[in-house]
Design a protein around this ligand. Structure first.
Ligand code: PEP
Ligand code: MN
Length: 267
């Protein structure tokens, strides 16, 4: 059975949901002007619909690179102006909401913050769309419940994102739960996006998970891409190489079309 298509939401000229398929791509973390613009150039050239890039990073260790903060947001703004693509960036802390909404078209709420109710409430008060990632150990019901905190404030432009959950399996970082796609479509009308990067944690397994997600009826994918992944400050091993992005995007779109999702429809 083909899962029912959700009510679409519009972000700039991009319509997410309905019968379209949205490709969101960019670096895990904004590291420098050169890196951000090189990746942005590659993803817009490969036909991405939106650009991602983190300025505030939730890292397991406090000693790991935490992101460039406001300087990163400025670089993201430059990439947005250059490509014309709407941008997705993570809001990690309620204290940064004003700075983030100045640049973001879509606020990402990361897996570790899925149940940070103060943050969800702040995101709900903004005019930005929200990409809400499933918590590492959250049930789908908890994910949907978390989205209600945003909806309750009057913000209805929400995408839910499956990014892998913690299971007993240790052969990869997380278990990508693709059954979340049809299940969430039964539970809500919200678009469902899959992040195929963080569960495998390695590049060669990102494309198979992307194709599987597209085939299973996802409304889109958010994927990490880097111009020089071996030197990346965060999530390099799982980042697609920028020079291979266009061919990857074409293969993903082919499968999405088989699953009934055409090219994205302009808003
Ligand atoms: C990310 O998108 O880079 C990220 C940190 O995601 P998650 O919150 O799913 O771990
Ligand atoms: Mn990442």
């Amino acid at each position: 059975m083909t899962p029912t298509n959700p009510s679409p939401i519009d972000v700039g000229d991009v319509r997410i949901g309905g019968d379209g398929f949205t490709l969101i791509a960019g670096p895990c973390t904004i590291e420098s002007r050169e890196q951000m613009l090189a990746v942005a150039d590659a993803v817009v050239g490969g036909g991405a619909d939106m650009l991602r890039g983190g300025a505030y990073k939730p890292r397991t260790s406090p000693y790991s690179f935490q992101g460039l903060g406001r300087e990163g947001l400025a670089l993201l703004a430059e990439a947005k102006a250059e490509t014309g693509l709407p941008v997705v960036t993570e809001l990690l802390d309620v204290r940064d909401v004003e700075d983030v909404v100045e640049v973001a078209d879509v606020i990402q709420i990361g897996a570790r913050n899925m149940q940070n109710y103060a943050l969800l409430t702040e995101a709900g008060k903004t005019d930005c769309a929200v990409l809400l990632k499933r918590g590492l150990s959250a049930t789908l019901e908890e994910l949907v419940s978390a989205s209600e905190y945003i909806l309750k404030e009057g913000n209805e432009r929400i995408m839910l994102c499956e990014r892998g959950i913690r299971t007993h399996e240790t052969a990869y970082r997380f278990t990508l739960d693709l059954l979340a796609i049809p299940a969430l479509k039964e539970m809500t009308h919200l678009p469902v996006i899959v992040d195929p990067s963080h569960a495998p944690g390695r590049r060669d397994w990102v494309e198979p998970m992307s194709l599987a997600a597209a085939g299973a009826g996802a409304d889109g994918i958010i994927v990490e891409v880097h111009n020089d992944p071996d030197q990346a400050l965060c999530d390099g091993p799982q980042s697609l190489r920028a020079d291979g992005f266009a061919a990857y995007a074409e293969r993903v779109r082919t499968v999405a079309e088989i699953a009934g999702r055409g090219a994205p429809v302009a808003a």
